[in-house]
Every structure is written in C-alpha cells, then in structure tokens.
Design a protein around this ligand. Structure first.
Ligand SMILES: [Zn+2]
Length: 451
C-alpha cells in the first residue's frame, strides 16, 4: 500500500481460504526396508489391515460418492451416518452433535473406554466440493490411483481411522484402548460462533494423552505435521477530518483517513515483515468519504472525491503465526502502531483469532518420533516433520495446545486437494492404515512400557 489513491479505489481481494493443505510435491514411495515389528500383536495388526484392504477401498469409494460439501447438510449427515455405523459396529458409543447452534450440519463423536491412555483421533466429514461443483464422483484412474472430491481431504483419513481400529480389534488390541474420535462436519468452512462449533472437539481433548489428525498433510507419506500456522484476521478502521483537499496537512485538517491507514499498514510492514513463520496480508482496503463493508463476505462499496480529504478507511487482513506467543507479540506490535495516529485522524484495530497455531512442541516431536519408529519398523521408511510454511490451519490446531502430544497429516497420501484433480495414491492406503494402527497400539501400551 503506497499511495492514498490506491486505497481510495475499491480494492477487493479475497482473503485466502483456510486450506487443509496444499500438496506441492509428487508422491514418492518410501524406500523398502526389512520389517521389524515388535510383537505378535503388531504382526497380527499388519495382517488384518492387508486382509481388509478391499473393504477399505470400497468404504472410501462409498464415502467419496456422497456429496458432503460443508453447506450440504444432508450429505454431511449421510457421511456421518455411514461412519457412525462403522464405529457402532466396533463397539464405540457414538452421538451426533447437532450443528443448528453454529449454522452447520453437526459433528460425529465416538468414544470407547479401556485401561490405556485416552487418545483423540480427528477426522472431518465435509469437503470443499458443494453440490454445484462439477467434481462429484469417485473415479478410478489406474490400479494405483483414484480421483474424487475429498478423497484425501479427508475421506481417506476417515477410512484410515476406521480400518486401523478394525485391525486393532481383529488383533485383540482394541479392547483395552481408550479412544475418542471427533469428525467435524464443518472443517472446511467452520460454523459461527466458533466457540460453539469447536466445543465438542475441545471437550474431547480434555484429559487426552495425544491428539492425532488424519488430514492429508502435504500429500507426501514421508512427512507429517508437528506444527501448523494459525490463521487469525484483523480489521483496521481509520477516520480523518473531511475538508477540501487543498487544506490537507493543515494544522486543523490533518492527513485524512487514507493516509492514516497507509501509515498503519506501512508500519506493520516495517516492523513485522520478514519474521520467521509470521505473515500478515491486507487483502481488502476501502477508503473515501463513505465506506460500507460487508465483513463476512470481504466486500464493500465506497464513495469519495479527489478534492475531499478522506473521512473513512477500512482494511481487512489475515495474520498467520506459528505459536500463541508469536501471535500475541504480533498483535501487541500492531496495536502499538495503531495507537499513534497522524494528526486529526484515529485508528482502531480488531482481531479475530480464527484458527489458533499448532506450535512445534517437544511433545509433538516425541509423537512424530514414535510414528517414525512405527514406519521404519513396518519397512516404510522414515517420517520427518513437514515444513509449517506449507501447512494451513486445521482442526487439530484447536486442541494441540491442550494435549501433551499432537500430530497431524497422517491421512491418505495424494495430491491436489481442494481441486477437481484431487487424487489419492491407493497403494498407500494399507501402509498408512498399518502405521496408524500400530502407533495407536504402542500409545495404548504406554502405561506398561516406556514409549
Ligand atoms: Zn481437511
């Protein structure tokens, strides 16, 4: 933002949509290595996953073929009903959390109690593909790939959850496990108020030893997420003293609202740009004599004249950070800048914390190390931490700060999620299901031996 004229024009740029992930690397096979599972139960889990792969693929196809765009409430509920029946059959106590309070379909919550530490598994039922999207059906592209709406984001992850649990049951390991599963119906377009929309998820984190999100991550099975940047937003409102433009900067007129907003934005850039993992982007700016902003839609209208000092300016932007501390510091700097307006102007800023950051904690690293060990023991190669620059906000972020360990991005591998080319690598379905099941098994044993 360099000149007031730019601000005066209606400048509407859509704020970035919260994306679960944007895969930008081709899927590659982990290097094969000799398997070294630890006990007969782990080997039984591995066999059980292989024995049910055809069923897992059929469930994936069935789920993908039900449209569950976030605002298609009937479809979201239908996907929830299919998964609920699967979890009922596994002995879980399931319930549907109605979404009327937050303007969405609702969420599926499933629980079972055993003697092991409580583990929270996170899926979601909705996709970005509404019924109006041309992308509606599961389409087999080859022996090893299939395309479809939500196939990796994240119906594939939901199938991995269900089939990991089936394998654990077949191996006799599920009985002692304590598990809560939350599959939200509005991950892609969260309901409001957010406190109501995420209440079930946050409650489920209470007392959990670990939270695991089965998003597709960056699509590469060699990485998982121990950190995700949060996505907050802000609105800056500046005012000026309207007067004939010939009097601008006079002692009794001042600089006007647009110069004031420009001052604030440029100071944000000067003070905050370039910090690791911190970004902030003014995406919509309106300024003139009169401004109308439809904030939820990120659009508005403005009128003004070149010969009148601007009376109002409004700017909407986002603010992405890697930790709650970084978010708090950035907000403090922004407030400090806003608090020093130019003469005869005012500025005020409001923040909406949106999706919180998932910070890269030692606990998260420990959980990744366990997952990495499972992958190596299965002969599936190492798993390393994904670069948080690539990871958008996701539901795991709401609970990451509430549990000792959190991990995300362990869902089905593939590419091009949120596009009509969303494609799954079907070869990875059994591999990733084994990884998940054995990770859960080892976590459930943590009271009996060191992790
Ligand atoms: Zn997702």
């Amino acid at each position: 933002m360099t000149t007031p004229l730019r601000l005066r024009a209606i400048a509407l740029f859509a704020l970035p949509v919260l994306a679960c992930a944007v895969p930008d690397v081709p899927v590659q096979r982990p290097a094969p290595a000799p398997a070294a599972l630890r006990d007969a139960t782990e080997r039984a889990i591995e066999r059980a996953v292989d024995g049910r792969n055809t069923d897992a693929l059929a469930l994936l196809e069935r789920l993908v073929n039900i449209n569950s765009g976030t605002m298609n409430f009937a479809g979201v509920r239908q996907v929830g009903a299919v998964l609920r029946a699967e979890l009922d059959a596994l002995g879980f106590t399931t319930r549907w959390v109605d979404g009327a309070e937050f303007g969405r379909a609702g969420h599926l919550v499933a629980e079972r109690a055993g003697t092991g530490p409580r583990l929270l598994l996170i899926g979601h039922l909705d996709t970005v593909f509404e019924p109006t999207s041309p992308c509606q059906r599961f389409e087999r592209l080859s022996d090893t790939t299939a395309r479809g709406p939500g196939i990796i984001d994240m119906k594939g992850g939901d199938v991995i959850i269900v089939h990991a649990l089936k394998a654990l049951r077949a191996a006799g390991a599920l009985e002692r496990m304590t598990i809560t599963i939350v599959m939200n119906g509005d991950e892609e377009h969260a309901g409001e108020p957010q406190a109501a929309a995420r209440r079930a998820l946050i409650e489920a984190a209470n007392g959990a030893a670990a939270a695991i999100g089965f998003e597709d991550g960056d699509g590469d099975p060699r990485t998982a997420n121990i950190a995700r940047r949060g996505a907050a937003s802000w609105t800056l409102r500046s005012t000026g003293t309207p007067a004939h433009s010939s009097q601008i900067f006079h002692d009794d007129v001042g600089a006007g609202a647009i110069f004031e907003a420009a001052r604030v934005l440029d100071a944000f850039r000067a003070r905050l740009a370039g910090q690791p993992h911190l970004t902030f982007n003014p995406g919509v700016a309106l300024g003139g004599t009169s401004v109308t902003l439809d904030a939820p839609q990120n659009q508005g209208s403005v009128s003004g004249k070149t010969n009148v000092v601007a009376k109002e300016a409004v700017v909407q932007g986002d603010l992405r950070t890697l930790s709650p501390e970084q978010l708090a510091k950035a907000k403090a700097v922004m407030r400090e800048i806003v608090a020093r307006p130019l003469p005869h102007t005012t500025s005020a800023i409001e923040f909406d914390d949106g999706y919180p950051p998932m910070a890269p904690t030692d606990g998260n690293r420990r959980l990744l190390a366990l997952y990495d060990a499972v992958s190596r023991d299965l002969g599936l190669g190492p798993v390393t931490a994904d670069d948080p620059w690539k990871a958008g906000a996701a539901d795991v972020s709401f609970v990451a700060g509430l549990v000792p360990m959190a991990l995300d991005g362990v869902g089905l591998a593939g590419r091009d999620d949120h596009t009509d080319k969303e494609t799954a690598d079907l070869r990875m379905l059994p591999a990733l299901t084994k990884r998940a099941a054995i990770l859960l098994y080892r976590l459930s044993q943590s009271g009996q031996r060191p992790l």
